[in-house]
Each structure stands twice: as C-alpha cells, then as structure tokens.
Design a protein around this ligand. Structure first.
Ligand SMILES: [Zn+2]
Length: 199
C-alpha cells in the first residue's frame, strides 16, 4: 500500500454493511461513489470537472461505465451479482471510478489505466474491510495490475504525475512514461500503452 493511500485512509465514515442490500440502498451506494471519487482524485489528480458523475446503476453486462446519450457525464453500471453483495459494491464501482476521472466518451482504455483501476479497487476493498483474495479473476486484468505495480514503489504518485503532464490516462505516451520510469523497457512501456479488449 502506498504512502499516498495510507494518508487518506480513515476519512470515510464507517459503513455498517449488514444493514441493507445494495440494490435497495441508493443513498449508501451514492455515498460510496462519492468517497471513492474523493480517494481517486487524491491519488490520481482531479477529475474532469466539466463532466457529471451520476448515481451508479445496474446492468446485466456490468460492471462498466455508461455514458449519458449527450455525454455530459457518466456513471458506473454494476453487475447483477453486486445487487446483494456489498463486497462487489466496493470492488466494482471503485474500479469504474478510475475510468470516471477522465470521461473520454467510451474509447478503449490503455492497460496502464486498467491497472490503476484494479490496484485502486483492491486497495478500496482493504480500506472498507473486504478480503480482495481471488480478485481480479480475469487474466487481462491480472496482467494490467502487474504492469501498474511495476511502475515502482510509488505507482500512484507516478500515475498522478503522468496524468497531470498528459491530461488524461488515455493521452499518456511513451516519451512521458520513459521520462518518469527510465528503467522500464520499451516492451513494458508499449504494453502499458496498448489497448487490448479486456477479457
Ligand atoms: Zn476497467
């Protein structure tokens, strides 16, 4: 866990997750979304303030980010498996929160952003008292996590600086990455910037 995250832990209100099911508790879901965004902005820098973050919702194909038709904002759509499972309601929207920072309208993200989202979601699970064991389940997300963690001892800080320099995760380029991570090989850098379909 990085120093940056450690310094933010303890800000959130302790939630009693036994009191309700997520699908019946929109206020708590919104509270979580707000807390995740505060944490994510602390770690990765400010979100795109021109865009609106809407209440998380549900979708049979979730989790993913759903943009509004006029792209004035977006929200996390959680999978149906999260409807009655607070553990998944920490895991899924915290990941999507990292994608909600930039709101580029649904372009394919690079592996660096995916890795940042996975790392953040696992750290949020720890923060909220849930065991992240076994997550992520899907190989491409495991690979993305490994790449993010390989940024060094302070991957959050490096990601924040890269995002600040290039404006969005999706605009981070090889030159900026090489300048921040001089030890990273060209192979690793091009992997971080690749945009595979995640499965
Ligand atoms: Zn993702």
């Amino acid at each position: 866990m990085s120093w940056a995250l450690g310094s933010l832990i303890g800000i959130g209100v302790k939630l009693d997750f036994n009191k309700s099911y997520p699908v019946n508790d929109e206020p708590r879901l919104w509270q979580l979304q707000t807390e995740f965004m505060t944490e994510a902005e602390g770690l990765f820098g400010s979100r795109d303030q021109a865009k609106i973050i809407y209440q998380p919702s549900w979708d049979v194909d979730g989790p993913h980010v759903r943009y509004t038709p006029n792209k004035d904002g977006a929200f996390a759509e959680l999978g149906f498996n999260a409807k009655t499972d607070w553990r998944m309601v920490v895991y899924q929207p915290s990941h999507e929160t990292v994608h909600l920072l930039d709101q580029h309208g649904g372009q394919q993200t690079n592996l660096l952003e995916e890795g940042a989202a996975v790392r953040f979601s696992l750290d949020m699970m720890n923060k909220y008292g849930f065991d992240p064991a076994g997550l992520p389940e899907i190989d491409s997300y495991k690979a993305a996590l490994k790449l993010f963690d390989s940024l060094g001892n302070e991957p959050y800080f490096i990601a924040k600086e890269l995002r600040s320099k290039c404006d969005k995760f999706i605009l981070i380029d090889a030159t900026a990455l090489k300048a921040k991570c001089p030890d990273a090989s060209e192979r690793i850098i091009s992997k971080m910037l690749s945009k595979p379909v995640m499965r």
